[in-house]
Design a protein around this ligand. Structure first.
Ligand code: ATP
Ligand code: MG
Ligand code: MG
Length: 548
């Protein structure tokens, strides 16, 4: 536990070990397989798996698969891949709430026999209305006083599939006047004729979250059941059920603040809709806050872990600036990424005094702070590309890059001076005629003259075409509306640069290493790359340019 950050949950865990309340800590991460994991889940994963690591305990991965209409094998698979990608491992502790369906059912019969549960024939709507409000107590169901025999018979017939969806539910019999609405006879089972990814059509009834969750914790011997604050009001019900049922252990529930991020919506409902409605290319679209999206975007898992550590674990909800995540990504990549050159929007340069047909190899360092990263050769020739916006024909005062008559340094190469800008019929600059000074090879002038700008460039012949995808925030609104998210989408969230140029070695490299294109940011090869046509995603720019 030495280097890990401390928080109120870790303090509780430490106290429980010190007092010998527990000898081994067991936590769990319990996703419902109804979508891909997002960065909010990463917070919960790092907390649960992190505690298990730090206190030499275990963390279970448990699929909370109690709602078959929304759950799919694709999600089960992606969740496992994403937890591994984040750097965590459940070992052999992989569980499914559906494995407990039989036991949960038997326990429900026990509740009925003890007069702690009854079958209610009211409609969902009637149940909702009669549940009351914070200021108004609920009203008892007319079916609340059924005998145990009658309840048992109806419940067994619900299980046998005799009734249509929604016809009846099993409810706990607690207190319709409770100040806590969760204790006003909550639903334990509902009828659902649906195909479950693991149990097929075996079941026609499915347990509610509240009924399945705590009992799954107890069956697995979870010591600390950590969930987000929305479940604080469910804790009395969690405890009521543990108290009434013959469970093998009594876990305790603790709540922490969920992660909220500016410019981001972390709700599976919204993320599912973004995918379904085609606002993004899929769950792994690099603009998505999903783990799969972050991965495809080139975000290193260590940066996500660092981010989660920095934000900490608190008891009050707050919104974290997405700039904090971006900072962690940049900080990590600055250390680990090799430097290369790419020209995103090429403008042709002809060096008029450089001999036609000649080329030469220049030395370029791979990482300015890490000599061990070595160097590489880059080709210089008569025809080059520079970035379009590194040239201005009529520059304002503070523009120090290339313009007619000014001299600049081409990184690792020579000083060049612009003599003339050639335009097309539309008046756009399409080519620059320049001269170079052979005495400035390597980037310094023997006569000591200075230039105010150093620019990246590529040889026209010795560079390769590439498509570069530049991403901005998916939402233009710092606090997008979950209800009406489409209105808050950023129309400029994806910019495609189809005519970029990259160093040949970069194009040939099939690894998924993130590289820094000098002066442009961090980039990673995308899975859409084809032979001869690599595609790169911009992971992140070099500095925080996003308007806040
Ligand atoms: P959503 O509300 O988007 O549907 P969920 O909470 O239902 O997500 P689950 O699959 O049930 O998703 O979540 C698994 C675990 O991840 C839960 O313990 C949940 O509390 C936690 N979790 C979900 N979202 C966040 C978040 N934004 N921050 C921290 N933990 C989260
Ligand atoms: Mg959920
Ligand atoms: Mg939820």
């Amino acid at each position: 536990a030495a280097e890990a950050g401390r928080d109120f949950i870790r303090d509780i865990v430490q106290a429980d070990l010190d007092s010998k309340r527990h000898n081994v800590i067991v936590t769990r991460f319990p996703p419902e397989p109804n979508g891909y994991l997002h960065i909010g889940h990463a917070k919960s994963i790092a907390l649960n798996f992190g505690i298990a690591q730090e206190f030499a305990g275990r963390c279970h991965l448990r699929f909370d698969d109690t709602n078959p209409t929304k759950e799919e094998q694709e999600y089960i698979d992606s969740i496992q891949a994403d937890v591994h990608w984040l750097g965590y491992d459940w070992g052999t502790d992989l569980f499914y709430a559906s494995d407990y369906f039989e036991r949960l059912y038997d326990w429900a019969e026990g509740l009925i026999k003890a007069d702690h549960a009854y079958v209610d024939d009211q409609s969902q709507e009637e149940i909702r209305v009669k549940r009351g409000t914070l200021t108004e107590p609920g009203k008892n169901s007319p079916f609340r006083e059924r005998t145990a025999e009658e309840n048992l018979d109806l419940f067994r017939r619900m299980k046998a599939g005799e009734f249509p969806n929604g016809a009846r539910v099993l409810r706990a019999k607690i207190d319709m006047a409770s100040g806590n609405i969760n204790l006003r006879d909550p639903v334990l089972y509902r009828i659902l004729h649906a195909d479950h990814p693991r149990t097929g059509t075996k079941w026609s009834i499915y347990p509610s979250y509240d009924y399945a969750h705590g009992q799954s914790d107890a069956i697995e011997g979870i010591t600390h059941s950590i969930c987000t604050l929305e479940f604080e009001d469910h804790r009395p019900l969690y405890e009521w059920l543990l108290d009434k049922l013959p469970v093998p252990s009594k876990p305790r529930q603790y709540e922490f603040a969920r992660l909220n991020l500016t410019y981001t919506l972390l709700s599976k409902r919204v993320l599912t809709q973004l995918v379904r409605d085609g606002h993004v290319s899929g769950w792994d679209d690099p603009r998505m806050p999903t783990i799969a999206g972050l991965k495809r975007r080139g975000v290193p898992p260590a940066a996500v872990r660092e981010f989660v550590k920095r934000i900490g674990v608190a008891k009050a909800n707050s919104v974290v600036d997405v700039g904090m995540l971006e900072f962690c990504i940049r900080e990590h990549l600055n250390k680990t990424s090799q430097r290369r050159m790419a020209v995103l929007r090429p403008l042709k340069v002809v060096i008029e005094n450089y001999p036609e047909g000649q080329t030469e190899e220049l030395e370029a360092v791979n990482h300015p702070d890490d000599p061990a990263a070595g160097s590489r050769k880059i080709s210089f020739g008569r025809e080059l590309y520079i970035e379009q916006d590194d040239f201005m024909e009529n520059p304002p005062k503070k523009f120090f890059r290339l313009s007619p008559g000014t001299e600049v340094r081409l990184r690792y190469a020579y000083f060049i001076k612009c003599r003339e800008a050639i335009k097309n019929a539309a008046g756009e600059v399409v080519e620059l005629r320049c001269t170079y000074d052979p005495a400035t090879k390597g980037g310094n002038a023997p006569d000591g003259r200075k230039v105010k700008a150093t620019m990246h460039w590529l040889s026209a012949a010795q560079s390769v075409p590439a498509e570069i995808r530049v991403y901005n925030q998916l939402f233009a609104n710092p606090s997008p509306s979950a209800a009406n998210f489409a209105a808050d989408l950023n129309p400029q969230s994806l910019e495609i640069l189809p005519d970029a140029r990259v160093e040949p070695a970069v194009a040939a490299d099939n690894s998924n290493e993130v590289i820094q294109f000098e002066r442009q940011g961090y980039f990673v090869r995308d899975k859409d790359s084809a032979p001869g046509k690599p595609v790169f995603n911009r992971t992140i720019g070099l500095r925080d340019t996003f308007a806040k």
